[in-house]
Write a protein that binds this ligand. Structure first.
Ligand code: AMP
Length: 310
């Protein structure tokens, strides 16, 4: 099974209490693709500038990620600078330079047309919508977004939400999107905007899934939550990409299974947490570039211990 992901491939400048990096390979699609690549085949649609060279390309190809959909154009790649000095759970954006993404029009290579799963990683909702429209036959569509797009691109985002199976989003962003400070009420409102399920990421406190059940006669939506914890770690070196790595583990696991059952969905929440816990142990994508065989299952076993009652 194959996941097609569209999103940012970027260079990031990062500062955290553990140190700083002026230029790391980053971007939502990069973190997602690396995490998902441990579970299934991944294809990427993005645009990069002349600063993206063979060294960066190798990060993808070493994990067998298909990069034929990464377009190279003159100019600079997307650049994002973030700080976690005030709060390790929430990035403070210092700078966003869209650069080559400003004029990007996604082109889906013919070889990508048979992808079964689609992930709309964090990027301009107009681009997410374009790719969604060109892939009408996928089995499942998941998506992410962030405050940057919620604040000033709400109408475009609303169109994307109508057509999503699962929305994965941070808890401050779900409240911002719903204009409601209560998590459950906000989740209910966001589910009413379209997605069939919502996965809310709480940083070091884990993630909660909310499902919509419209089978009641009056059409009322009933919310049934499920929470997976995050692994308590002695040091969080760099939280950048934790959310996208969660999404990669979550969706990658789902794509690797024969069918999406409630049990698969719940296990996917744990595989998401496993990949998020690796991502934060080093700067940028360093940790997810080369996990050793067995590390994922070992950590999954730790999560079992962490949350099992009997
Ligand atoms: P997260 O998983 O939420 O920590 O995502 C971090 C990644 O998102 C970074 O590597 C950034 O390059 C990327 N990013 C930050 N802002 C944006 C934006 N406005 N649009 C797309 N990608 C972004």
């Amino acid at each position: 099974m194959t996941i097609l992901v569209v999103g940012s491939v970027a260079f990031d400048a990062l500062e955290t209490p553990s140190g700083r990096r002026d230029r790391c390979l980053g971007g939502a699609a990069t973190h997602f693709a690396l995490a998902a690549s441990y579970f299934t085949d991944v294809r990427v649609i993005a645009v990069v500038g002349e600063d993206f060279g063979p060294e960066e390309e190798r990060v993808f190809t070493l994990r067998n990620i298909d990069t034929r959909g990464i377009e190279h154009v003159p100019g600079k790649s997307f650049f994002w600078s973030g700080s976690y000095m005030k709060n390790l759970n929430e990035a403070q954006t210092l700078r966003t330079d869209l650069n080559v993404f400003q004029t990007f029009s996604p082109k889906i290579p013919p070889e990508y047309q048979d992808s079964e799963f689609l992930f709309l990683a964090n990027i301009d909702p107009v681009l997410q919508e374009e790719v969604r429209r060109e892939m009408p036959n996928v089995k499942l569509v998941c998506g992410d977004t962030m405050n940057y797009w919620i604040k000033d691109h709400a109408e475009n985002l609303a169109r994307v939400l109508k057509d999503l199976d699962v929305l994965l989003i941070n808890d401050t962003e779900v409240k911002m999107l719903a204009k409601d400070p209560n998590l459950v009420q906000a989740a209910r409102k966001v589910l009413d905007m379209g997605p069939r399920a919502l996965v809310v990421k709480h940083g070091e406190y884990g993630a909660t899934a909310f499902f919509c059940d419209r089978s009641f006669a009056d059409g009322a939506s009933v919310i049934v939550p499920f929470r997976a914890p995050a692994l308590p770690l002695a040091e969080v070196v760099d939280p950048t990409g934790a959310g996208d790595s969660f999404a990669g583990g979550f969706f990658g696991y789902i794509a690797s299974q024969p069918a999406l059952t409630p049990a698969v969905f719940r296990r996917a929440m744990f595989y998401g947490s496993v990949m998020g816990s690796f991502a934060v142990e080093r700067f940028g994508t360093e940790r997810l570039q080369q996990l050793a065989p067995g590390e994922i299952e070992e950590r999954f076993a730790l999560f079992r211990q962490l949350s099992h009652l009997e």
